[in-house]
Design a protein around this ligand. Structure first.
Ligand SMILES: [Zn+2]
Length: 193
Protein backbone atom coordinates (compact mmCIF):
# COMPACT_ATOMS: atom_id res chain seq x y z
CA UNK A 1 0.00 0.00 0.00
CA UNK A 2 1.12 3.51 -0.73
CA UNK A 3 1.87 5.93 2.08
CA UNK A 4 -0.90 8.28 0.98
CA UNK A 5 -3.53 5.56 1.21
CA UNK A 6 -2.26 4.47 4.59
CA UNK A 7 -2.46 8.00 5.89
CA UNK A 8 -6.00 8.35 4.55
CA UNK A 9 -6.97 5.23 6.45
CA UNK A 10 -5.19 6.12 9.68
CA UNK A 11 -8.03 8.22 11.23
CA UNK A 12 -10.45 5.33 10.64
CA UNK A 13 -7.88 2.84 11.89
CA UNK A 14 -7.41 4.81 15.08
CA UNK A 15 -11.18 4.88 15.63
CA UNK A 16 -11.33 1.13 15.05
CA UNK A 17 -13.44 1.43 11.92
CA UNK A 18 -11.14 -0.35 9.47
CA UNK A 19 -11.51 -4.00 8.48
CA UNK A 20 -9.30 -6.79 9.84
CA UNK A 21 -7.66 -7.06 6.46
CA UNK A 22 -6.88 -3.35 6.31
CA UNK A 23 -5.57 -3.42 9.85
CA UNK A 24 -3.02 -6.12 8.93
CA UNK A 25 -1.88 -4.07 5.94
CA UNK A 26 -1.72 -0.82 7.90
CA UNK A 27 0.22 -2.39 10.77
CA UNK A 28 2.63 -4.07 8.33
CA UNK A 29 3.23 -0.73 6.66
CA UNK A 30 3.72 1.12 9.93
CA UNK A 31 6.40 -1.39 10.97
CA UNK A 32 8.39 -0.77 7.80
CA UNK A 33 7.66 2.89 7.04
CA UNK A 34 9.16 5.28 9.48
CA UNK A 35 7.48 8.39 8.11
CA UNK A 36 3.98 6.94 8.35
CA UNK A 37 4.78 5.62 11.80
CA UNK A 38 5.70 9.10 12.95
CA UNK A 39 2.61 10.49 11.28
CA UNK A 40 0.53 7.89 13.12
CA UNK A 41 2.22 8.60 16.46
CA UNK A 42 1.54 12.31 16.01
CA UNK A 43 -2.12 11.60 15.40
CA UNK A 44 -2.42 9.42 18.49
CA UNK A 45 -0.49 11.93 20.56
CA UNK A 46 2.46 9.60 21.21
CA UNK A 47 4.63 12.31 19.75
CA UNK A 48 3.60 15.92 20.16
CA UNK A 49 4.12 17.67 16.83
CA UNK A 50 7.54 16.18 16.45
CA UNK A 51 9.21 16.77 13.17
CA UNK A 52 10.81 13.71 11.71
CA UNK A 53 14.58 13.73 11.93
CA UNK A 54 16.11 13.29 8.54
CA UNK A 55 19.24 11.25 7.96
CA UNK A 56 20.98 14.46 7.04
CA UNK A 57 20.25 15.97 10.41
CA UNK A 58 21.42 12.80 12.15
CA UNK A 59 24.66 13.02 10.21
CA UNK A 60 25.01 16.65 11.24
CA UNK A 61 24.69 15.67 14.89
CA UNK A 62 27.25 12.91 14.46
CA UNK A 63 29.63 15.34 12.78
CA UNK A 64 29.16 17.86 15.57
CA UNK A 65 29.89 15.19 18.15
CA UNK A 66 33.03 14.16 16.32
CA UNK A 67 34.23 17.76 16.07
CA UNK A 68 33.60 18.26 19.77
CA UNK A 69 35.49 15.09 20.60
CA UNK A 70 38.37 16.15 18.40
CA UNK A 71 38.43 19.59 20.02
CA UNK A 72 38.48 18.03 23.45
CA UNK A 73 41.45 15.90 22.46
CA UNK A 74 43.19 19.00 21.09
CA UNK A 75 42.59 20.88 24.34
CA UNK A 76 44.01 17.98 26.37
CA UNK A 77 47.07 17.91 24.13
CA UNK A 78 47.60 21.64 24.49
CA UNK A 79 47.26 21.40 28.25
CA UNK A 80 49.84 18.61 28.47
CA UNK A 81 52.20 20.59 26.24
CA UNK A 82 51.91 23.75 28.32
CA UNK A 83 52.47 21.83 31.56
CA UNK A 84 55.62 20.37 30.03
CA UNK A 85 56.83 23.85 29.07
CA UNK A 86 56.20 25.13 32.61
CA UNK A 87 58.17 22.21 34.09
CA UNK A 88 61.09 22.82 31.73
CA UNK A 89 61.14 26.55 32.47
CA UNK A 90 60.89 25.98 36.22
CA UNK A 91 63.69 23.43 36.28
CA UNK A 92 65.84 25.80 34.22
CA UNK A 93 65.11 28.70 36.60
CA UNK A 94 65.75 26.37 39.54
CA UNK A 95 69.10 25.24 38.17
CA UNK A 96 70.03 28.89 37.59
CA UNK A 97 69.07 30.11 41.06
CA UNK A 98 69.93 27.07 43.16
CA UNK A 99 73.40 25.67 42.91
CA UNK A 100 75.16 22.87 44.71
CA UNK A 101 77.56 24.06 47.35
CA UNK A 102 81.23 23.23 47.23
CA UNK A 103 83.53 23.46 50.21
CA UNK A 104 85.26 26.52 48.77
CA UNK A 105 81.93 28.34 48.25
CA UNK A 106 81.59 29.05 51.97
CA UNK A 107 83.62 30.44 54.85
CA UNK A 108 83.93 28.04 57.74
CA UNK A 109 84.92 29.06 61.22
CA UNK A 110 85.15 26.70 64.17
CA UNK A 111 86.85 26.48 67.54
CA UNK A 112 86.27 26.50 71.28
CA UNK A 113 84.93 29.34 73.39
CA UNK A 114 85.00 28.57 77.10
CA UNK A 115 83.37 25.17 77.56
CA UNK A 116 81.61 25.28 74.21
CA UNK A 117 82.52 24.29 70.70
CA UNK A 118 81.26 26.51 67.93
CA UNK A 119 80.89 26.33 64.22
CA UNK A 120 79.77 28.87 61.67
CA UNK A 121 79.23 28.58 57.97
CA UNK A 122 78.99 31.75 55.95
CA UNK A 123 77.72 32.08 52.39
CA UNK A 124 79.12 34.28 49.66
CA UNK A 125 77.45 37.72 49.54
CA UNK A 126 73.95 37.58 48.07
CA UNK A 127 73.42 33.87 48.64
CA UNK A 128 71.15 31.97 50.95
CA UNK A 129 72.19 28.51 52.14
CA UNK A 130 69.85 25.55 52.31
CA UNK A 131 70.69 22.51 54.35
CA UNK A 132 69.21 19.44 55.88
CA UNK A 133 70.54 17.45 58.75
CA UNK A 134 70.06 15.27 61.75
CA UNK A 135 71.06 16.13 65.28
CA UNK A 136 71.54 13.73 68.16
CA UNK A 137 73.08 14.28 71.59
CA UNK A 138 76.69 14.09 70.52
CA UNK A 139 76.58 14.08 66.77
CA UNK A 140 75.20 16.46 64.21
CA UNK A 141 75.20 15.71 60.54
CA UNK A 142 74.62 18.68 58.27
CA UNK A 143 74.14 18.36 54.59
CA UNK A 144 74.65 21.61 52.74
CA UNK A 145 72.12 21.18 49.97
CA UNK A 146 72.21 24.30 47.90
CA UNK A 147 72.86 27.98 47.68
CA UNK A 148 70.20 30.24 46.26
CA UNK A 149 71.09 33.58 44.77
CA UNK A 150 68.94 36.22 46.43
CA UNK A 151 70.99 39.25 45.46
CA UNK A 152 72.25 42.08 47.58
CA UNK A 153 75.44 42.03 49.60
CA UNK A 154 74.18 40.27 52.74
CA UNK A 155 75.65 36.94 53.76
CA UNK A 156 73.77 33.99 55.13
CA UNK A 157 75.49 32.87 58.30
CA UNK A 158 74.60 29.61 60.07
CA UNK A 159 75.92 29.17 63.59
CA UNK A 160 76.05 26.18 65.90
CA UNK A 161 77.28 25.93 69.44
CA UNK A 162 77.35 22.95 71.77
CA UNK A 163 78.85 21.76 75.03
CA UNK A 164 82.23 20.12 74.63
CA UNK A 165 82.07 16.34 74.90
CA UNK A 166 84.57 13.90 76.31
CA UNK A 167 87.35 12.30 74.32
CA UNK A 168 85.32 9.08 74.04
CA UNK A 169 82.12 10.88 73.28
CA UNK A 170 83.01 14.18 71.68
CA UNK A 171 80.74 16.87 70.31
CA UNK A 172 80.89 15.84 66.67
CA UNK A 173 79.77 17.75 63.59
CA UNK A 174 79.82 16.16 60.17
CA UNK A 175 79.31 18.61 57.31
CA UNK A 176 78.68 17.38 53.81
CA UNK A 177 79.37 19.53 50.78
CA UNK A 178 79.03 18.60 47.16
CA UNK A 179 82.72 17.79 46.85
CA UNK A 180 83.88 17.20 50.39
CA UNK A 181 82.86 16.05 53.83
CA UNK A 182 84.52 17.40 56.95
CA UNK A 183 84.26 16.27 60.55
CA UNK A 184 84.77 18.63 63.46
CA UNK A 185 85.10 17.21 66.96
CA UNK A 186 85.11 19.46 70.00
CA UNK A 187 85.89 22.41 67.76
CA UNK A 188 88.77 20.75 65.91
CA UNK A 189 88.95 19.53 62.33
CA UNK A 190 89.61 15.80 62.59
CA UNK A 191 88.61 14.46 59.22
CA UNK A 192 88.42 15.64 55.63
CA UNK A 193 87.38 13.35 52.81
ZN1 LIG B 1 4.39 5.07 4.54
Amino acid sequence: MKCEMIRDLLPLYIDGLTSEESNVEIEKHLRTCKECRIYYQEMTGEIQSATPISDEEIQDVELLRKIKKRNRRKVAGLLAASILVVVIVLSFVFSQTYSRVKFEDVQIDYGVRGDKAYLSIESEPGYELWFSGSVSENESILKILSARKIGGSGKDIMRWEDELGTEDNPCRWTIEFQDKTIVIENGELVEEK
